[in-house]
Design a protein around this ligand. Structure first.
Ligand code: PHE
Ligand code: ZN
Length: 850
């Protein structure tokens, strides 16, 4: 199918649907190459609509016949759908189409993956299955009959009936088509059950291929915890008799919240101690929770249109973060999220792809499943909660569920609920949804006669299409510490609303040390001149764990920026303060591991660019290497002691405490390996009883150019396990130095187990290349060229993954003229590829600023 001429869609053009749907009946006659889909849809004119023109979306289904109220009709078919004359009254539409799931490599609509059938309909995949009003504000109950030879036939809702070769499902909850799902295959269920607080028993299943049945227990436990938590914390109960989760190997994203039938990338369901790291266990728990929480925030209350994506995603990310904070350590979760936000969202916000949390136009909605919509969207909700307080937040949420259950809503509806629940005017706050860019907050301070004054100035740099920004509401959580480290002012939230604004604190005996933006209370960049001593003081004394970590992070970042530009070494003040933190046994090991972790090289490049310099990726790479060497040397004794002290006794458990100890142990090992020639890492590799230790040892070795034997042994041991091999592929490229990285990536693509059609494998190689800042930006330009070559190859197969991976090029404006020219040449080459997809064309054009 050729894509239609790219059209820009605008939020301001929204019009209500001409017809609403009262019910949908679908019959699937499954066949790998010739699946038939018969639909029967009851339509009724929408009293709210301005037009009576009837049209259905459809891209690719071959229409066999269509009837209205039992009479044959001949609709007019276009590249994007069909139109037809219809009565000005309720009517029944029936149609039969043929589709080819086996040929569907885009993984949108109905496709096959390793012999099983599966669907992905968000955002606009349902139109590849049949003709239908594929827009989220058209909601209807679905009844589905599946006919096929597979033993397991699943769809949304509750099972109605089944027999040999068929099954029927009914989903009573009106839903948009993007939440439709169907799965058929030779699957096994790991079963469980959950009784809701009103006594309803829900059957739970995690469906996997027979070989994977031993790797489902953790996902099942995570699901039960999520169900319990949503009842306890938000008062939300599950609403069907069954909840099914299916693991699929070929999937463009992490997972999908289809009503009652969540479909997951197998990488975020399957877990065992031998094959999964602690980080993977944590990720699985969080994603199971995320998709489950969508049942209310996304499914029961959905989005009016795709511009409102953050309505469900920002809120659901915020909810899953609260869940993880409750299940594990809240400060550790917060620090991890901020690391991720800066690496992905700040990066997006500072380049050509910057867009508001609620964009106002798009060409391909799949290109807007971004860190801005998801993670900044969650930050905006966090700020709202900070501003109104916990009690009002939950009151507003109750009102939201009450008022909007069963509806397709907007950000206006969401904010109105908060205004009505609190009496606040949120019109200025709303700018967080419409203004792109990360605000910069500069701080001045003054102390006289016991009064301390903090003056903040906010400024948001221009972003594409938005040269000027108005001041935003910024909740700034601040605490003050006295000279001896005592807290003289506990955390208080300053509400900044103006471009420049001062806040005073009276009655202080001495000039305090401020702890600003505690808990990262707003997604902004703080710039403030302060001494190394003061940062070291906060690293030692701040009572806010986030800012304690942040003080060390600031020092590390500034040190790396200086070393990348002028050479030199980390200063003693920082090293001593860090050593003290590492030795402090009262601190959570996971926190200490975070303190030991260096800022990423891409973060340093961004910081240099924002400070007006041109980052040199090679210089940053060497600075990071010398920084690591200096840490290892200075912390030598501490590392040895830590490494032994962090041994975890007893059987493997993936909980936060044990995982934190292993994380700190691996962080210590990475540095130790710089000193001992790899002896400790080899021992750990040989004795490893779980993947966290095995991979930790291997990556410590590879980071120092060691471990060839271990690397080979690892690949031999795991060659049959796709998910572990994804890790192995990524590791090869992640640890290749500078110009070696594109060479290694090219070698990986030449292996017989490299598979262009599997997004996980493609991302393992090219995600690792893009994430290896020194290697991707290697001076020869080989990294850019290789990625462009493979994106050109992938685009006809899988436009969605191609377009997402183009984002690797988004940082071009930071770099020197030579690199800029090479990146642009790579982008132009992609742009000129024959029949480039709409997805990729939009991304490349936006990156180039066309
Ligand atoms: N809605 C899914 C989620 O939140 C993400 C997704 C988007 C998955 C589009 C597939 C396709 O997690
Ligand atoms: Zn989501």
């Amino acid at each position: 199918m050729k894509d239609a001429a790219p059209q820009t869609i605008y939020l301001s053009d929204y019009t209500p649907p001409a017809f609403l749907v009262d019910s949908v009946h679908l019959t699937f006659r499954l066949d790998p190459e010739k699946t038939r889909v018969i639909s029967k849809v009851d339509f009724r004119p929408n009293p709210q609509a301005k037009s009576r023109a009837f049209s259905l979306h459809g891209e690719g289904p071959a229409l066999q016949w269509a009837r209205i109220d039992g009479r044959d009709v001949t609709p007019e078919i276009t590249e994007t759908g069909l139109t037809c004359e219809v009565p000005d009254a309720p009517f029944t539409w029936e149609a039969e189409v043929e589709i080819n799931p086996a040929a569907n490599t885009a993984l949108e609509g109905l496709y096959t993956s390793n012999g099983m059938y599966c669907t992905q309909c968000e955002a606009e995949g349902f139109r590849r299955i049949t003709y239908y009003p594929d827009r989220p504000d058209v909601m209807a109950p679905f009844t589905v009959r599946i006919e096929g030879s597979d033993p397991v036939l699943l769809s949304n809702g509750n099972p109605l009936n089944s027999g040999p070769g068929w099954a029927e499902w009914h989903d009573p909850w009106p839903k948009p088509a993007y939440l439709f799902a169907l799965v058929a295959g030779d699957l096994r269920a790991h079963e469980g059950s959950f009784t809701t607080r009103s006594g309803h028993e829900v059957a739970l299943n995690v469906w996997v291929r027979p070989d994977d049945i031993g790797k489902c227990a953790f996902a099942m436990e995570s699901l039960k915890k999520s169900m319990q938590w949503d009842e306890d914390k938000y008062g939300r109960e599950y609403d069907l008799d069954v909840f099914n989760i299916v693991a699929v190997d070929d999937f463009n994203m992490g997972a999908m919240e289809n009503k009652g039938l969540n479909i997951f990338n197998s990488s975020v369901v399957l877990a065992s101690p031998e094959t999964s790291t602690d980080a993977t266990f944590e990720r699985i728990e969080a994603i199971i929770a995320h998709e489950y929480f969508h049942n209310w925030t996304g499914n029961r209350i959905t989005c009016r249109d795709w511009f409102q994506l953050c309505l469900k995603e920002g809120l659901t990310v915020f909810r899953d973060a609260q869940f993880t904070a409750d299940m594990r350590s809240a400060p550790v979760k917060r620090i991890g999220d901020v690391i991720d936000l800066r690496a992905r969202q700040f990066r997006e916000d500072s380049g050509p792809l910057a867009h508001p949390v609620r964009p106002d136009s798009f060409v391909e909605i799949n290109n807007f499943y971004t860190a801005t919509v998801y993670e900044k969207g969650a930050e905006v909700i966090g700020m709202l909660k900070t501003l109104v307080g916990d009690e009002a937040y939950f009151r507003a949420l109750d009102l939201y569920f009450d008022r909007h259950d069963g509806q397709a809503c907007t950000i206006e509806d969401w904010l109105k609920v908060f205004e009505d629940a609190t009496g606040r005017d949120l019109s200025q706050f709303k700018r967080w949804y419409s203004q792109a860019g990360t605000p910069r907050l500069s701080v001045e301070e003054e102390f006289a006669d016991g009064t301390y004054t903090l003056t903040f100035e906010q400024h948001t740099p221009p972003t594409p299409g938005q040269p000027d920004k108005a001041p935003q509401v910024i909740p700034i959580a601040v605490g003050l510490l006295g000279p001896n480290g005592d807290e003289v002012q506990p955390t208080t939230v300053l509400e900044m609303t103006q471009a420049r604004q001062s806040f005073t604190f009276d009655g202080l005996g001495a000039r305090p040390v401020p702890s600003i933006l505690r808990g990262f209370s707003a997604p902004v960049t703080v710039t403030r001149d302060s001494s190394t001593n003061e940062r070291a003081f906060l690293l030692a004394h701040d009572t806010d764990p986030f800012n304690r970590w942040e003080a060390g992070r600031d020092l590390a970042r500034e040190t790396l920026m200086r070393m990348a530009q002028h050479g030199g070494a980390p200063d003693r003040g920082y090293l001593d303060a860090l050593a003290a933190v590492l030795r402090d046994d009262t601190l959570d090991p996971a926190f200490r591991a975070l303190a030991l972790r260096q800022p990423g090289q891409d973060d340093i490049a961004r910081a240099l660019h924002e400070a007006g310099h041109t980052p040199d990726p090679e210089a940053i790479f060497h600075a990071a290497d010398r920084f690591g060497a200096a840490l290892a040397e200075h912390l030598k004794d501490t590392l040895h002691a830590l490494y032994t002290a962090m041994d975890v006794p007893g059987p493997y458990r993936p909980d936060a405490d044990d995982a934190g100890r292993r994380d700190l142990q691996n962080a210590a090992l990475a540095l130790k390996t710089r000193l001992d020639g790899g002896a400790a890492a080899r021992t750990q590799f040989a004795a490893a009883g779980n993947m966290t230790q095995q991979l930790g040892a291997l990556s410590s070795l590879m980071a120092q150019g060691l471990g060839d034997a271990e690397n080979t042994a690892f690949a031999e041991q795991w060659h049959d396990d796709r998910l572990v091999m994804d890790r192995w592929f990524a590791l090869q490229v992640a640890h290749a130095r500078l110009e070696e990285a594109p060479k290694t990536a090219a070698q990986m693509t030449a292996r017989s187990d490299f598979n262009l059609k599997n997004p996980n494998r493609f991302r393992a190689v090219f995600g690792a290349l893009a994430g290896n800042a020194g290697g991707f930006h290697a001076a020869s330009g080989a990294g850019y060229e290789l990625l462009a070559d493979w994106l050109i190859r992938l685009d006809p197969i899988n436009p969605q993954t191609t377009a997402r991976m183009c984002a690797a090029f988004q940082t071009w404006p930071r770099y020197d003229a030579d690199r800029q020219a090479r990146i642009k040449a790579a982008l132009h080459r992609i742009q000129n590829a024959p029949s480039l997809s709409r997805d990729t064309a939009e991304m490349v054009a936006r990156i180039l600023g066309d």
